[in-house]
Design a protein around this ligand. Structure first.
Ligand code: DQA
Length: 150
């Protein structure tokens, strides 16, 4: 199973940026954690970070076909990018939305996600573990495929 993880804008600054909200763990450490967990779960993992909306849209387009599940933390784009929403709607496999912080427990405007209804589910508030939980959910989707009702 091939899984693509997309990290949106400013997540390259994890570990330095608003550490009271996002913690001390860097993006490289999160990617390493995901790589280790992927090995155990038998997942072929690719990770991608961009601060640019168009680059994220193009990466989602390129994932159509080869990628079996997409995990995305759209970061600030979560709240307003219809371009990313539309790209995800055109993606042909499951999408899982992830946030480090609990977006429902912060400013009111953060609790609105324009991609939430395109996603199978949203994992929000568990720090770096949000990504690990999403990876496990993706692996479970793969295992249960063809076993409708289980
Ligand atoms: C975030 C939450 C967003 O509201 C914010 O703009 C981010 C990170 C999170 O992971 O908690 O950049 O997606």
């Amino acid at each position: 199973m091939k899984v693509l993880v997309i990290h949106g804008p400013n997540l390259n600054l994890l570990g330095e940026r608003e550490t009271d909200v996002y913690g001390q763990v860097t993006l490289a450490q999160i990617d390493e954690l995901l790589k280790e967990r992927s090995g155990v779960l038998g997942i072929e993992l690719e990770t991608f970070q961009s601060n640019h909306e168009g680059e994220i849209v193009e990466r989602i387009h390129a994932a159509r076909g080869p990628v079996d599940a997409l995990i995305i933390n759209p970061a600030a784009f979560t709240h307003y990018s219809i371009a990313i929403r539309d790209a995800l709607a055109a993606f042909d496999a499951p999408v899982i939305e992830v946030h480090l912080s609990n977006i429902h427990a912060r400013e009111a405007w953060r609790s609105h996600s324009v991609v939430a209804d395109i996603a199978i589910g949203q994992i929000s508030g568990f720090g770096p573990q949000s990504y690990v939980l999403a990876l496990e959910a993706a692996a479970n989707l793969d295992r249960s495929s063809g076993q409708e009702g289980l």
